[in-house]
Design a protein around this ligand. Sequence first.
Ligand code: MN
Length: 195
Amino acid sequence: MPFTLPSLPFENEALAPFISAETLAFHHAKHHQAYVTNLNKLLEGKPEADKPLEEIILTHEGPVFNNAAQVWNHTFYWLGLKPACPLPGGGLAAAIARDFGGFDGLKQELSAAATTQFGSGWAWLVSDGNKLSVMKTANADLPMKHGLSALFTIDVWEHAYYIDYRNDRAQYVTKILDNLINWEFISRNFANASA
Ligand code: MN
């Protein structure tokens, strides 16, 4: 079975004005779709074509890895975005206080990672099962390749923000951190990573 493009978990207009419908339409239907299409072409007729996406990511390098990881990264990025999501409590809030000194400290670390990633890549909140940390990766690279569980990500490829913010990556990152973090998604990922 070839891989298919998952639907966005919201309408194209849902994240405006922070991420426009035009950006979402291009980013999902063109960029994310292209990674799915390229991956299917690369795997056509090969036994790996029927393997789970995560297994393909963990066992390949080069073009297959790049396209498979970008399919996974984008699906994960969409799920992490939601407008007006209240801050979490419980174990996640306690872990953020322990490892970042609170929500502001976490946002500062994510902002620094996202704005200092040179060229294309991703900023991540991750867990090693005990401790939370922030990391950045280049191009398609992702936490699972380093034995870490992803809780949240920000796409800092130029195609993620150029329509709305031109070259101002910092403004795009600030708008996401202040308005679009899906804490429910992070809480579920935190629970899974801590189990
Ligand atoms: Mn992207």
